[in-house]
Design a protein around this ligand. Structure first.
Ligand code: DUC
Ligand code: ZN
Ligand code: ZN
Length: 467
């Protein structure tokens, strides 16, 4: 496990700076950096040398929003922790934070234990857990304190999915008050699910059953309304708030207004909202089902507000909401009734590449790419500076990235355990070449050399973004 590796000659890109530097790795951590070609760099000695000339050397990606083996709509997401974390590594992500689920009537502990059992010994890369709180009772609130102490420091609540994962405003307020006291971060799925269910029932009664109607009933205004309400509840509770998978420009406007007031309100978006649209949801022959997720894809015009929010720091993080369901046998459950299509898209393998493509196309700077994909999610979820940067003492989670190679995204070549790619046929510039997790090679010159069980559970500290 020990041993030294030196990564020579690459452009080291962090959220803070870009420097041509050699990186010395020892015992799984970054031991030192020195400008390439200097005597200090030449003095680095190691058993293994990785030549990164002409490449970027990046901190491993931190994907703060995945759903491996998640039960949903009578089925479960297709990637296991083994296949999903392997695919993440192929795509340059070395940490995932997945969502453990509290079932209604059960304790948080039971949900968390179940997720530990799914992940332990299976992961190729390190992982943490958020806790989905779907049944707020007095005992639940006390359990939140204990989870924070154990390093599960963030809690997702749903204003959508009545009868399943939904919390009402009183339950949300109570959980927020608790989080304000114990340092936890409330992550909100902000859509008015009560109103959406009325519109869905009315659509089905009119015979509107196709996948595109999923997007039409989950209106942008109902995302914005819930975002506004969540912000006001967090304000009343005196708690910070992190809004997940923001897709509507009207919701971005609510975040901008809150942040202009100086409130500790943060927003995440996902590649699917930046690169895909209702045009995909409207694909014929039920193919639109591949693009059913919640919040839904929006008309293309919304994308400009998301890119702008990422540039102005009104949105801080890009995660994937990776929640893959195969088209055959899973998405097909909703033929003839869009409400039965399992919600979710695959993407854990594609995030770093798609965001690099955004750099190529001029939407983001290189450093901002690393900030929104590595450093800020690590800070937001209490993992920094162990994860998310390249600095002495940090875990040696490193990606050697070739910024010039082009690749075509496809289900034929991806490693996610799902039978389609949401980005089938799309050409992007840039590709992961080599990945280290705590100094151990996981991908080496585009060959998988990792192993299930290398990845360990990461107890996290509380949100560091305000520090
Ligand atoms: N949205 C999805 O698309 N899938 C899983 C859960 C969620 O909120
Ligand atoms: Zn959600
Ligand atoms: Zn999600």
């Amino acid at each position: 496990m020990s041993g030294r590796t030196v990564v020579r000659g690459g452009l080291v890109v962090t959220a803070a700076e870009e420097t041509h530097a050699d990186v010395l790795v020892e015992d799984g951590r970054i031991a030192a950096l020195a400008a390439s070609g200097t005597a200090a760099a030449e003095a680095f000695t190691a058993e293994r040398t990785i030549d990164a000339t002409g490449r970027y050397v990046l901190p491993g990606g931190v994907d703060g929003h995945t759903h491996m083996e998640m039960p949903f709509g009578g089925t479960r997401s297709a990637d296991t922790f083994e296949t999903g974390t392997r695919a993440a590594a192929w795509g340059g992500t070395t940490t995932v934070v997945d969502f453990a689920v509290q079932s209604v009537g059960r304790s948080l502990r039971e949900g968390l234990d179940a997720w530990h059992a799914k992940a332990e010994g299976k992961c190729a890369i390190d992982y943490g857990f958020h806790m989905i709180v779907s049944d707020v009772r007095p005992g639940t609130l006390r359990e939140m304190d204990r989870l924070v102490e154990e390093g599960v420091t963030s809690f997702k609540q749903f204003m959508a999915y009545p009868g399943v994962l939904y919390s009402d405003d009183g339950q949300i307020l109570r959980a927020m008050q608790r989080a304000a006291g114990n340092g936890g971060l409330i992550m909100m799925h902000a859509e008015n699910g009560i109103a959406i269910d009325v519109l869905a029932e009315q659509a089905l009664a009119r015979g509107e059953t196709a996948p595109r109607h999923h997007g039409e009933v989950r209106k942008a205004l109902l995302e914005a309304e819930a975002t506004h309400r969540a912000i006001q509840l967090a304000r009343v509770a005196g708690a910070p708030l992190y809004v997940v998978h923001v897709s509507a420009r009207e919701a971005v406007a609510e975040l901008v207004a809150a942040r202009d007031l100086g409130l500790p309100v943060f927003g995440e978006t996902c590649p699917q909202y930046l690169f895909l649209s209702t045009d995909d949801l409207a694909r014929p022959d039920f193919e639109g089902a591949k693009y059913v997720c919640s919040t839904p894809l929006r008309p293309r015009e919304h994308q400009a507000a998301l890119w702008r929010g990422l540039r102005t720091n009104d949105l801080q993080v890009v995660s994937t909401d990776h929640c893959p369901f195969c088209f055959a046998g899973q998405k097909e459950l909703g033929r003839g009734d869009f409400t039965r299509i399992p919600n979710g898209l695959p993407g854990v393998e594609n995030r770093m590449d798609l965001l690099h493509q955004a750099v190529v196309e001029g939407h983001l700077s290189r450093r901002r790419w690393i900030e929104i994909a590595c450093a800020t999610p690590a800070r937001m979820f209490g993992l920094y500076p162990r994860k998310g940067t390249i600095a002495p003492g940090s875990d040696a989670d490193l990606v050697v990235y070739d910024p010039h190679t082009t690749q075509v995204l496809s289900a034929a070549t991806h490693h996610m355990d799902v039978d389609y790619s949401a980005y089938e046929g799309r050409t992007v510039t840039g590709q992961v070449e080599t990945v280290l997790s705590r100094g151990e090679p996981v991908v080496e010159r585009r060959e998988y050399v990792g192993r299930a069980g290398h990845g360990v559970f990461l107890p996290r500290s509380t949100c560091q973004y305000l520090n």
